[in-house]
Design a binder for this molecule. Sequence first.
Ligand code: PLP
Length: 401
Amino acid sequence: MASVTDRAHAEALDAADPLASFRERFAVADEPIYLDGNSLGRLPRATPERLAARLEEWGMRLVGAWSGWIDEPRRVGDLLAESVLGARPGEVLVADSTTVNLYKLASAALDLRPGAVVVGPDEFPTDRYVLEGLAAARGRELRLTDPLATHGGDVALVCLSLVSYRSGELVDMAAVQAACDDALVLWDLSHAAGAVPIDLSAADLAVGCTYKYLNAGPGSPAFLYVRRELQPELRTPIQGWFGQRDQFRMGPLYEPVEGVERFHAGTPPILGVAAVEVGAELVAEARIERLRAKSEKLTALAVDLHDAWLAPLGFELGSPRTPAHRGAHVSLRHPEAWRICRALIERAGVVPDFRLPDSVRLGLPPLYTRFVDVWDALDRLRRLVVDEAYADLDPALARVT
Ligand SMILES: *Cc1c(COP(=O)(O)O)cnc(C)c1O
């Protein structure tokens, strides 16, 4: 068997990969090496066709097509529930953005429970900002602390990511649920959905986006999950007409419909929902357990190459070492991470991303990332750092990193 630093090792892993053919299901060019699918996933080849079918319906059937479209957010939600989220039918809805869904579910949870709001200091910014605003508006205490630190019985809501956007750490959902006692836990699954197997059977609330590992495209609608038993108790803060019982009776006062659809606000984005369907179907076909098995090997290869090549050059691993404790991306820390990242993109044909303060983040979505992509990217990265081919770049941050 070749050593990890031999390209032959990566080639052998690709040759033995049962999911290798899924790469052809995406629009892919060999260059650049794209390792940012955890920010924006690739375009599935089936998506333009699916959208074209929707556009045709619009063109030909006009408003009459709504009778078919109206159930799509729930139907595609059920598909996500079954093949991606480990939830039951009727618990998942495709709607709005992750930020808006987070607001809706957190607000509903705070209506139900008195007490403080807990969110980790390293949680994704939108989550912290939304909760900060909600806590302030309701006179609740906001605790920016590790959700796993022990809390008294005075916590209403705990919000955290299953997979951390920065480090890639995968937390133990059951352990967190157990540690949170009576508080409601709102999971952000943005970096987990389509990347790791998820079992929401013991979870109360969750949200997540579909343009990362679900490949539904820029601005595609997000999903929200509400445990069936909780649905009758929860009310959305946005009392829109799509969440109304007998919507087209247009009654005088708001009365929420039964079921997860009560978390609809207004008219759902039907074209975006169609793209979510394609993304969910691809995960269903590949099967999340197989995606996870490949993903653990992809991140392990990145970690091994980091140890062999990059640690001697001043890098540190910013992700958990144990494969079971990390999702599908790996963060490599270096004081010059920003300029190294720019140089990789501009001069080496590798697209990772940069996350403050010092991480080069390598997203390795298993549906379309090859082992040789990991090998080639880290090989180019090490050469660039040895040659200091980033040293003449501007250290000022760009608007989008
Ligand atoms: C990507 C991401 C989001 C994105 O929220 P939007 O409303 O789609 O901008 C939210 N939370 C986490 C943890 C994310 O990784």
